[in-house]
Design a protein around this ligand. Structure first.
Ligand code: BGC
Length: 466
């Protein structure tokens, strides 16, 4: 598969950490979180049940994108971005099994065209956590038939919209979806069963492979990625053999089984009791999409059966985001992004940071977060890693799943009641970065990270960490 561009090395002069020409600078969103009024999926139903969402919040009108996405696309373009990652809502496109809604597809066409008109390259995710209600009736991703349904939906979407999209993501964060929905019970259907969770993950991977081949069959020029939440795991006590063991196990169950399966096609334990090969999965991605938020420091804890006996914490004294000590986005740890980029580089494919961000309503941390995380991307680029783009999560505050409106990830602040927006200072800073195609010394100075980024750049500071 042809890469979008050859990977020129980035430069770092004394005054700028420059990114390669053609680098994709964007933000990411997902359909249910921004569109509003998505009544025909399992999340809408879940939100109506008392006690499921923080403070009893519901997605409601969300960011009102089904009607007015273009207004936020205007803002993204005005903020210097050149790409946007969004997802399609299966329950709108196929509201009943086998029945496709042409009006919904037409609306997505309109949105994709609107992105192009504004100079924003669309990146399209086919599945981002939500399922149509008819699929819920049929057992969602527990039912192996789902692979066929997903394949049919993908084919219809690519026929209708494929001329407007080059960059595709199949299924967003399969492990997060499977574990939160079927092992930790925080996402619908709220199950807590180990073997169901990994059975679902195996079906998601089969679905991913089916979508990968379907997209390529219909559009040979497409570039199709696997989007993986890659969390950093480190032992809380590096000299404790038990902490090291459970850290390795968490990394394996959460990260490696998925990445390895998409690389070589083997469904290893716990995806299957005995290793089983699923041919279409082998080498089933043209790029790896990395979603990075934080790391976990893992300590052995016999009571944490569902987390393979590891309790996650953070470094004492670490800067914490708005999700505070209870997570899941606690510690702000930019170096972790570098380490996960190094980890996925082993797969030998181009890499795109498809999500990175933090909940920070008053925006007192996000500007530095942006600078220090992007400096780690630059560090990885300097070492020759083929990173093609960065998508901040998110463009605008949106419905944050089980945390409802309680966590605010947007470069743009939103009042969901009035739909009023205000660009946060970090939104303006990100615009400067996108326009400069890099981080200038002056930007770093303004936010107090000049020394960290320029006098004592990340590579030197943590040499030997690995
Ligand atoms: C998901 C997003 C979510 C973000 C912040 C990612 O895991 O893909 O949908 O909003 O994290 O929680």
């Amino acid at each position: 598969m042809q890469a979008m561009y050859d990977h020129p090395s980035p430069t770092s002069t004394d005054d700028i950490l420059a990114f390669p020409a053609g680098f994709l600078w964007g933000t990411a969103t997902s359909s249910h979180q921004v569109e509003g009024d998505n009544r025909n999926n399992q999340w809408w139903a879940w939100e109506q049940q008392p006690g499921r969402i923080w403070h009893g919040d519901t997605s409601g009108l969300a960011c009102d994108w089904w009607r007015h996405a273009e207004a936020d696309f205007d803002r993204a373009a005005a903020l210097g971005q050149n790409s946007h990652r969004l997802s399609l809502e299966w329950s709108r496109i196929e509201p009943q099994e086998g029945v496709f809604d042409e009006a919904a597809l037409a609306r997505y066409r309109q949105m994709l065209q609107a992105l192009h008109e504004r100079g924003l390259e669309p990146m399209v995710t086919l599945h981002h956590f939500t399922n149509p209600l008819w699929l819920v009736e049929l057992g969602e991703w527990e039912n192996p038939q789902v692979v066929r349904y997903f394949e049919r939906y993908t084919a219809r979407v690519v026929e209708a919209l494929g001329d407007l999209v080059t960059l595709w993501c199949t299924i967003n964060e399969p492990a997060i979806y499977a574990l939160l929905s079927y092992l930790w019970g925080r996402f619908p259907p709220g199950k807590t069963d180990w073997s169901i969770a990994f059975g679902v993950l195996a079906n998601l991977l089969r679905g991913h492979a089916a979508a990968y081949h379907t997209i390529h069959r219909l559009r040979s020029e497409a570039r199709v990625g696997l989007v993986k939440a890659v969390r950093g795991f480190e032992p809380a006590n590096p000299v404790s053999p038990l902490d090291r063991l459970v850290t390795r196990l968490q990394d394996y169950f959460f990260n490696d089984v998925t990445l390895l399966a998409a690389k070589d096609g083997w469904l290893r334990f716990p995806l299957a009791w005995l290793p089983r090969r699923h041919g279409p999965l082998a080498d089933s991605f043209d790029f790896v999409g990395v979603n990075y938020y934080t790391r976990g420091l893992v300590a052995f804890d016999i009571r944490r059966r569902r987390e393979v006996f590891g309790r996650q914490g953070y470094r004492p004294g670490a800067a914490l985001s708005d999700s505070g000590q209870f997570g899941p986005y606690s510690e702000i740890y930019p170096e972790g992004l570098y380490h996960v980029l190094r980890k996925v580089a082993m797969l030998g494919k181009p890499i795109i940071v498809t999500e990175n961000g933090l909940p920070d309503a008053d925006d007192d941390q996000r500007p530095r977060f942006l600078l220090t995380h992007l400096a780690q991307v630059h560090r990885a680029l300097r070492e020759g890693l083929p990173i093609e783009g960065y998508y901040h999560w998110s463009l605008v505050d949106n419905f944050e799943w089980a945390e409802g409106w309680g966590l605010r990830f947007g470069l743009i602040e939103l009042d969901p009641q009035t739909q009023e927006r205000r660009i946060r200072p970090s939104g303006h800073l990100y615009a400067e970065i996108c326009r400069a195609n890099g981080i200038t010394r002056e930007m770093a100075r303004r936010y107090g990270v000049e020394e960290e980024l320029f006098s004592n750049p990340p590579a030197a500071r943590s040499a030997g960490h690995d």
